[in-house]
Design a protein around this ligand. Structure first.
Ligand SMILES: [Zn+2]
Ligand SMILES: [Zn+2]
Length: 105
């Protein structure tokens, strides 16, 4: 059941058009659209950043302490996010235990 966002009355199917609802009270017509799932797809896009698994051993080793085993060398690489104003995300992978983490720059 849907209600008019203008006056709050119940909406009924519009007789003239198939994909419309019309307000019983004020006559406002509201197009019937499918429920959008765009939001879920956005989340999936973000998850991709998590599963990036580059051939990290070819990346430069830097002095960086692993938060897991406290080893002081880690491979590093950067990933540019699609929104350019977000800057890049820098990834690290511990050269000893393989633990991976990331730092926003
Ligand atoms: Zn209305
Ligand atoms: Zn480690």
């Amino acid at each position: 059941m849907k209600f008019c966002d203008h006056c709050g009355s119940m909406l009924v199917p519009d007789k003239s058009g198939k994909k419309k609802l019309v307000c019983m009270n004020c006559g406002k017509k509201i197009p019937l659209t499918g429920e959008k799932v765009v939001l879920k797809e956005d989340i999936k896009e973000k998850d991709k950043v998590e599963v990036v698994d580059a051939e990290v051993e070819v990346n430069p080793k830097v002095d960086m302490e692993c938060p897991k085993c406290e080893h002081t060398k880690a491979y590093t690489w950067a990933l540019q996010t699609r929104a350019s104003d977000e800057g890049e995300t820098r990834f690290y992978k511990c050269a000893k235990c393989g633990n991976r983490w990331r730092v926003y720059e």
